[in-house]
Design a protein around this ligand. Sequence first.
Ligand code: G16
Length: 557
Amino acid sequence: MNQEQQSALLRSASRFPIPTGAKFSYGTSGFRADASLLESTVFRVGILAALRSIQTRSVIGLMITASHNQVSDNGVKLADPSGGMLTQSWEPFADALANALHPHSLLQLLVDFIKKENIVLEGAPVSEVLLGRDTRPSGETLLEAAKQGITSFMGTTASNMGIVTTPQLHWMVRAKNKGIEATELNYYDQMLTSFRCLLDYIPQRDSTQNVSDKLVVDGADGVGGEKLENLKTRLGYLTVDVRNCGGGVLNEGVGADYVQKEKMAPRNFGPADAGMRCASLDGDADRLVYFYVISNSNKIDLVDGDKILSLFALFLKEQLCILNGPNDGKACNSYKASLGVVQTAYANGASTDYLKQMGLEVVMTPTGVKYLHEKAAEYDIGIYFEANGHGTVLFSDAFLSWLEIKNQELTSTSQDSDQHKAALRLLAVSRLINQAVGDALSGLFLVEAILKHMRWSIHKWNELYQDLPSRQLKVKVVDRTAVITEKAETKVVSPAGIQEAIDAETDKYPKGRCFIRPSGTEDVVRVYAEASSQEGADHLANSVVRLVEQYLGFGRS
Ligand code: G16
């Protein structure tokens, strides 16, 4: 690194001192904390993004969001050239940068890392970082800090995409690196064209079984609701009533996280909506759950990420079977595509059983899209979802190339055949659903198209299987990092003895299952319990909360 570059970095770093006593960690989905603590971190992630762009010679994304967290929090994460999460191998360096106490120690870290990774700064082509933020008021100042970090690497451009959903920014990074037009408008065009294509190939059946054309959406008072509101005139048959569109407090009594955890109707929903098909997005629109309000109450029946996954799996498996014909892949000229699903320990046990009964391969990973995405990418069609509604469907390049050729062949030999329609549907799904990351908007349009295709009401969809009763709680402890887990977070290895105590408690409940893990986005330990009755699940979760307090020190939230 030349002298001029070193001086530029030292100058800008001195304007962003780290708050006294603060400790930052690149968690489940980037850095998250109270927004007032984050300026230095965001500045440093700007530096990291520029360096990653220089190293990969590609466009990188930097998103400022704390997603489902409360409005006073904020966060920052990076999107890699593929549009996916920052490679995990750079996370320790991100931690070190965020915690370097002085500009000189920051510079030394950079010099050492550049040398270790053989990053060539001089003569590198112009690098670029796309910036986005959600609607949090603190986002504007933090975005400025990110720009300062990015541009303190000479020759790096910071392109501000404005207020966007997290998945939109990931999509733009992926598109730009593939040489495709990457504006917000391009994103909508691709999504809605494929949505209409799926609708065009819906089989003509008994018209008495029509699905309601009305959907009510809770926008979490965040960015997703606003974006959806602007799309309303382009949705054809589908009438969307968007509520919680920015007038209230972000994520407070609204949004996918609230709906999924509390199993209650969000603000501005109530008994008058009983039976309606409703969906809820989270604060930055990377999570989606569906629900319907139970008559005369504010309680809901939740249709969570596991059921979205099951719906997608059912539809895609059906299309593959049609495409491959009666010989199920053994026919000449067919492609035996691998179809796999990825879940976490939070997946309801009933969903995992259902997927296995469908003959699907189910793989478990730790919490965090970065783990699920990586695993799903090993299949020709990999479907991943967390129960909280974060997920997508990935298509391999090899399968898509084969599908394009197959489609051309069928266009000339058997247009309008069932096989041809299945090929067109699969291609449409691959364009509709975000290939970079879980995306509530594209997920919502795929759900809507499949329900219409199946002629299923939300109730019928919910009957795919019956969830085992569950309860999720969070516990504030002295130091959550003292909890160390293994086996996809289903077993605790430290503190010693707590796993045996959890097992002994769990054994008391029929169909009991319980695990704890430290959150990577909030300062809490999470407790998940499942049992054959709601009372049992609640009781088990509360008993394990007490164990956590006993082993890790007190402070329930
Ligand atoms: C993020 C991650 C998700 C994860 C969630 C909760 O979601 O992207 O994969 O499930 O945090 O993580 P934890 O339990 O570690 O706090 P979001 O929607 O907040 O970005």
